[in-house]
Ligand binder design. Sequence first.
Ligand SMILES: Nc1ncnc2c1ncn2[C@@H]1O[C@H](COP(=O)(O)OP(=O)(O)OP(=O)(O)O)[C@@H](O)[C@H]1O
Length: 644
Amino acid sequence: MNDEFFAQVDALTEAGQLRRLSGAFARFIASIGASSPPLMAACVLLSELEGRGHSCLLLSELNADPAALLGWNGDEWLHLRASVDGWPEDVASWRTLLAASEQVWPVGGADCSQPLVLDGDRLYLRRYWQDETHVAAAVRGRALGGVLASDADAETAEIRRWLDILFPHATRGGGVDWQKVACAVAMRGKLGIITGGPGTGKTYTVARLLALLFATAGSMRQSGLRVALAAPTGKAAARLKQSIDDALDKLAVLVGTALPLRELTARMGAARTLHSLLGARPDTRAFQHNAGNQLDVDVLIVDEASMIHLEMMSALLAALPPEATLILLGDKDQLASVEAGAVLGDLCHNAEAGEYLPETLSYVQASTGQQIPDDYAGHGGPIAQQTVMLRESRRFGGPIGELALAVNAGNAAKAVEVLRSGQDGKVAWTDFAQPADMLQLALSGYRQYLQLIKNSIADADDVVRLAILRSFEGFRILCAVRDGEWGVSGLNDAIEQRLQSAGLLKRTGEWYVGRPVMVTRNDYATGVFNGDIGLTLPDPARPGALRVYFSEGETVRSVLATRLRNVETAFAMTVHKSQGSEFAHTAMVLPKDGGSMLARELIYTGITRARDYFTLLTPNGQVLLDAIGQRTQRASGLRHLLDN
Ligand SMILES: Nc1ncnc2c1ncn2[C@@H]1O[C@H](COP(=O)(O)OP(=O)(O)OP(=O)(O)O)[C@@H](O)[C@H]1O
């Protein structure tokens, strides 16, 4: 009875509109129980949306037109729907139909390990439902868990004493010192969330929070306070460590002998990727550290939390002992993780408004002396009470900051005004760009590091290699899409050819001197991880052989090029993959046609990768305007679970 439906699904799969897995998943569900055509349709859509980052299917989408969610422009959805007999007319009818299906567990009913879960008006794959409910319960528990007792006046006074030392100056303009507030709030629970745009002082603040935790730990615990630093990518982890070390170094001067901060710095190990912190095992989703074998830490600081997907957040929370403090740092407005979930966005959904309860406001007043204005008072849940948004950027003023703000606010007219002004040469926009414009930009952006390689090839050592790597980090081309002339693959080919014809590189085969590569899969044997970027240089030990060098803080590490199997050329990379990195000059390229994947978060993330200069190239300027007007919404039940 599903023949016509599956014929439609197969046709859409052949046309590249559905992934193969979605049809296969629906057929699997049909194979394990009685199946109705509407259930099959819901399975195809659920699987397809999961592949696009949603953690569940909102039943209301089934009767709306989900074409926008799927990025379909034509009548595909109408045809698919027409092939299904007995399409339920409303959400209540869908709920009844699904709840009666053998393969669906309606939450609260008899649980027979069905693969699908129906929770209210949301249909899940069981794994995502488990992850979401676990994350919600774990963060709520942490937010509520450590709250200071109401008679904790002495503790509050001690926090105040230290905060006044750590933040000796009033803010410019006399407004709320959100950084100070963030430290106080984090001291109140076993969870602190600090969100803010680039340069708003997240790391500056967390260094002070660490000092505060250290100062108030008591001398017994102080000597053994175990702090771990982590981030989703190696690059972000290295940046976090560097910034925290620098900030603690400066703080050590400020606090002097009152606090032996250098002891804390000396004991803090390197920042690690989340995979390495949790002990990822090759070829399995399981981690060495889990609920049965938790991490040995008192404080865990995780940067770039917007990149953490649902499954990873669940694994992280399971592996963290309940008495440890978790601090999440990130920019809630950036692109969500590539994999399913928008965890930081969901956790921070009240951050802008504050929504602080009276108890929070009076605790903040007592522990910081700061009076939070009534505008931020409200009725937020426990996570909102533990979340602070930093609102003033210290490093990101000027036109790049203005542009990022305009995009974030959905103000396309303002964004265009800033781009057109070309202020101080810091921002530039070519709105009817030709491929030749792109190649000219690549030539000037990549000339310097390739020239450095040429000049030093005979006598390079690791100091020189590090300088070459740093020079390469000064410029990057970011693409919104992978395919096509304006996508990563097309541009990488074109740029290679252009640099070759300019005599800057000699492409002799897949591997050549100067080839930048990005690792696309974790490889435990060679110690390289998804997202790592390296440069191909001659192997000093073997004439004719090539090694790929990766920077690691102040040193380099290398792997024989031929041992790297999962890499791609990285003159151009996707905005997604650039998260956690920053380049002095960032050039972003948009394709000729937009689509549902091109939204405000992507443009904002691309702009905020630029430290000093930002260039935008669009063959069709309208695509920018459309993207700024479009928000990415990921279906998830996390907000609902957090607030109820
Ligand atoms: N209250 C402050 N007073 C003086 N300088 C500050 C203050 N807050 C932050 N800064 C400085 O502003 C710069 C940016 O701060 P920081 O690196 O902590 O921001 P961030 O939010 O972590 O940035 P990113 O998003 O890039 O990681 C740093 O040089 C830092 O020392």
